[in-house]
Design a protein around this ligand. Structure first.
Ligand code: E4P
Length: 216
C-alpha cells in the first residue's frame, strides 16, 4: 500500500519525505486555505513547491463545478507539473470531465466518494484514483472502512483498474485497516503516520537494551 500525506503544509511533507515512506500528496481547498495561500499565482506556486519535495503523485483539486470550467482548470493544473493529478468531485459534471481527462491523457483522483455506486462511476469514467472518505463516513455512525472493502471487492471482480485511495483518515488504526482491506493507497495526516511507530514495549525494550549496552 502506498502512503500519501494529506496536507498542503510543506514542513510536514518534508518530514514525511525524509522518513523515506512517502509516495505522494493529496491536497484539497480546505487544506490549501489552512496554509493561508491566496490567489491563483500563489496556489500554483505552492503546488510546484510540493512537487519539488515529493517523488510521486500530487493531487490538486479543481474549484469549478461545471464541465467546461473543470476541464479548463484541470488542464491548467495538469500543465503545472507532470506529478499533478487533477482532483475532481463526484458530481455529474465531474464524471463527464473525468471521462474527458481520461480520453485526453490527464490522470484524475475522484474525490468526495461515499458509496460503492459512486466508486463504480469513478472507475467507469477512467479515474486513476477513487477516494472514499472513511473518517467522514465514521462521523455519520457508519463504518467507513466497510466501503473500502466493498469497493475493493467490486473492482476485483469487475477488473476495474482505478486505484482505491483511502481518504479522510483519522487514526493509525485506520491505516492498518486500509492495508488489511487492500486499499492501494492511504492518504494520512502526518500524526497518523507517526502513530504507527508507537508501542510501549518498544520504548521499554529499548530503554533496557541501552542500559545493558552502557554496562559493556
Ligand atoms: C483527501 O483526498 C481528502 O480531501 C481528505 O482526506 C479529507 O479529509 P478530512 O475528512 O479529514 O477533511
Amino acid at each position: 500500500m502506498q502512503f500519501f500525506i494529506d496536507t498542503a503544509n510543506l514542513d510536514q511533507i518534508k518530514e514525511a519525505h525524509d522518513l523515506g515512506v512517502l509516495n505522494g500528496v493529496t491536497t484539497n481547498p480546505s487544506l490549501m486555505a489552512k496554509e493561508g495561500i491566496k490567489g491563483k499565482k500563489a496556489i500554483e506556486k505552492h503546488y510546484k513547491d510540493i512537487c519539488k519535495i515529493v517523488d510521486g503523485d500530487v493531487s490538486a483539486e479543481v474549484f469549478s463545478t461545471d464541465f467546461k470550467s473543470i476541464v479548463e482548470e484541470g488542464k491548467r493544473l495538469a500543465g503545472l507539473h507532470e506529478k499533478i493529478i487533477v482532483k475532481v468531485p463526484m458530481i455529474k459534471e465531474g464524471v463527464k470531465a473525468m471521462h474527458w481527462f481520461s480520453e485526453n491523457g490527464i490522470a484524475t483522483n475522484c474525490t468526495l466518494v461515499f458509496s460503492a455506486g459512486q466508486a463504480i462511476l469513478a472507475a467507469k469514467a477512467g479515474a486513476k484514483y477513487v477516494s472514499p472518505f472513511v473518517g467522514r463516513i465514521d462521523d455519520t455512525c457508519w463504518d467507513g472502512m466497510e466501503l473500502v472493502g466493498q469497493i475493493r471487492h467490486i473492482y476485483d471482480i469487475q477488473g476495474f483498474e482505478t486505484l482505491i485511495l483511502a481518504a479522510s483518515i483519522r487514526s493509525s488504526l485506520h491505516i492498518v485497516r486500509a492495508a488489511e482491506l487492500g486499499a492501494h493507497v492511504c492518504t494520512c495526516p502526518l500524526d497518523t503516520i507517526m502513530g504507527l511507530l508507537k508501542h510501549p514495549l518498544t520504548d521499554t525494550g529499548l530503554k533496557k537494551f541501552l542500559e545493558d549496552a552502557a554496562k559493556m
